[in-house]
Ligand binder design. Structure first.
Ligand code: NAP
Length: 275
């Protein structure tokens, strides 16, 4: 039984976050003795002071979103192997006077995938990760856990190379100008860039060169159908957006703090769709 734990999400800005809807739904559903999960803006320049103050004020757990995941990584005193591998922390826990850091985006991405997609499109198949930011690190780690053959392509080539060096898993980096020649062989294509937010175009992939057998994933969940996914839909390909990942990463943080692994449900999905 938890004792009125204070939890929330930090980011800059954090106003767009739907995490409070998810966590507060589960707090009610599971009758957890916890305060309302809150959104807290934390200026990256003041990270140590502001998060230190939250800790002193009795906060138990914090989710961390853009652009604070690397700062949270440096702030944590004890890190899980997953967060060490990705170099990013999206879940901070303050207990027994210590700061613990984890990255639940990895398990969140893994759990968001259907068994069929894993078997037919990922395991022992070529997987293309578009992007080389914080989210890409989590996705690369997850695809490697699922025995996918990881290929990385990013606007800034050096950042993709840097990830390859940092994460230390078998992977290939593709220069954007060579993507057209390589893309037909990809069984799984995942967009981890922010292209597509606010309905912007994602021009990284020419879908006329993509195999219709490939599965296309976009981490963006708002809009529900990005232009990237609508191209896959038009070609009758399998596709999914980032909403399940968002819920699954939240579920794992919730379990860390409240010892309950909550469930996704139609009620929760309807609440999120209504936002
Ligand atoms: P990030 O660290 O800022 O990385 C952004 C990435 O997007 C970089 O690879 C960057 O390339 C690329 N990019 C940005 N503008 C571009 C442009 N105009 N053309 C080509 N590439 C561009 O962000 P992040 O934390 O990885 O998040 C990325 C996305 O994933 C966001 O939309 C976020 O909301 C989403 N996300 C979703 C979930 C979920 O649960 N569904 C979880 C985490 C993140 P450069 O390196 O060249 O700058």
């Amino acid at each position: 039984m938890s004792e009125n734990k204070k939890t929330g999400v930090i980011g800059f800005p954090v106003d767009h976050s739907v995490s409070p809807t998810i966590h507060n739904h589960w707090i009610d559903e599971n009758q957890i003795d916890a305060s309302c999960y809150e959104k807290i803006n934390v200026d990256p320049e003041q990270f140590e002071e502001e998060v230190g103050r939250l800790k002193e004020n009795g906060t138990y757990g914090l989710n961390v979103t853009v652009p604070l995941k690397e700062l949270a990584f440096s702030f944590a005193e004890e890190l899980t192997d997953v967060s060490k591998q990705t170099g990013a922390v999206n879940t901070l826990t303050f207990k027994e006077g210590k700061v613990y850091g984890d990255n639940t985006d990895v398990i969140g991405f893994q759990r968001s995938l259907d068994k069929k997609t894993i078997e037919e499109n990922i395991t022992n198949k070529k997987c293309l990760v578009l992007g080389a930011g914080g989210a890409a690190r989590a996705v690369i780690s997850a695809l490697n856990n699922l025995n996918g053959e990881v290929h990385i392509c990013n606007r800034t080539y050096e950042k993709a190379k840097q990830i390859q060096q940092d994460i230390q898993i078998k992977s290939e980096v593709i220069d954007q100008k060579d993507l057209g020649a390589a893309i037909y062989e990809m069984g799984f294509i995942v967009n981890t860039t922010s292209l597509g937010l606010g309905n912007t175009e994602n021009t990284m992939v020419d879908f006329s060169q993509v195999s219709s057998q490939a599965f296309v994933y976009d981490l963006i969940y708002n809009p529900k159908l990005t232009k990237f996914l609508s191209e896959a839909k038009e070609k009758n390909m399998g596709y999914q957006n980032g909403i399940k990942m968002l819920i699954e990463q939240a579920a794992e943080s919730f379990r860390t703090w409240h010892n309950v692994l909550p469930k996704n449900s139609n009620v929760l999905m309807n609440k999120l769709e209504g936002l």
